[in-house]
Design a protein around this ligand. Structure first.
Ligand code: XIL
Length: 299
């Protein structure tokens, strides 16, 4: 195959990118996005601050542009993200108790309901754990208690029964205290019938990151009966070092039957949120980097 998406599709997987609709008018951006990827995710456009800037007033302009772009090209869409400690509007921070709980559920209903039937997988809850495996003390954790995660998953299932529901986090790129805490949460959810279908591994890495337990970590989650997805891949570095790390991550996903897809967190180094790290597969002129070739070969 000659593109990332087509190569991934050979094994039934997707290869996606995080995108921003404000770049769709740039020819190199649009042509690279449309050619290489068969899945899109909104880098920011479906977050709470973008979709419900005022309570009960939903704005879907950016997200809708991404969904229609994807649909017209036969791409799937990941939804990112419904409940997160960052990028929520100011009014949310002023709520507490049942008021915050109602706002969270109505936000999930509003966004997942709007996109019902159009989303392959939703990142229902993002980044709820700390490195040591404890819960992050977000406003949701502090004001709603630890049960907010399962409340969010149940609300998302009701709002879009066809979407796979994922828990998504970073620093979970191996067997460690954080990934083990998430693993234990998934075990608990499966035992109690809380709806969860997938776990997202953001994988914001560097070329020399320790990947020795990357594959075995994906596999232990898959063994619980959930899909695993690499959701925000970017790898700081350049040249063969960067290419080697991309190759290892791609090979790890391919070796795990339930690893259903890989998403890179941007199209081009030019617009990466880690721009100084040049962590993506296309350079600022939309030229394929060495890492691109290593990923394509590994798919
Ligand atoms: C980042 C975006 O890439 C930036 O444009 C934005 O300013 C901040 O958020 N983990 C996540 C993503 O789940 O939503 C974050 O995206 C990167 C880290």
């Amino acid at each position: 195959a000659e593109t990332l998406g087509a190569a991934a599709a050979q094994s039934g997987r997707y290869f996606g990118a995080a995108v921003a609709p404000n770049y769709f008018g740039e020819a190199g951006y649009a042509s690279t996005m449309d050619r290489e990827f068969n899945s899109l995710v909104a880098e920011n456009a479906m977050k709470w601050d973008a979709t419900e800037p005022n309570r009960g007033q939903f704005t879907f302009g950016g997200g809708d542009q991404i969904v229609s772009r994807a649909q017209s090209r036969g791409m799937t869409v990941r939804g990112h993200t419904l409940v997160w400690h960052a990028q929520y509007p100011g009014w949310v921070g002023g709520l507490s108790g049942n008021d915050l709980r109602q706002a969270m559920v109505s936000h999930i209903n509003g966004v997942a309901g709007h996109y019902r039937g159009k989303i392959h997988s939703w990142d229902v809850v993002n980044e709820a754990f700390e490195w040591d495996g404890s819960r992050r003390q977000s406003i949701f954790q502090q004001r709603l208690g630890g049960g907010y995660i399962e409340e969010a998953f149940r609300a998302a299932r009701a709002a879009d029964p066809g979407a796979k529901l994922c828990y998504n986090d970073y620093g979970t790129d191996g067997v460690n205290a954080k990934s083990t805490a998430i693993y234990n949460m998934v075990v608990d959810f499966r035992n109690r019938g809380v709806p969860i279908d997938c776990v997202g591994f953001q994988s914001h890495l560097d070329w020399n990151s320790d990947l020795s337990s990357y594959q075995s970590n994906l596999q232990r989650f898959a063994n619980l009966g959930v899909d695993v997805q690499i959701t925000e891949l970017d790898i700081g570095g350049s040249g063969t070092g960067q290419a080697g790390a991309y190759q290892r991550v791609t090979q790890a996903c391919l070796a795990v039957a339930r690893c259903t897809g890989i998403t890179v967190w941007g199209v081009t180094d030019k617009y990466s949120w880690r721009s100084s790290a040049t962590p993506l597969l296309f350079d600022g002129n939309y030229q394929k980097k060495t890492a691109y070739a290593s990923v394509l070969a590994a798919l």
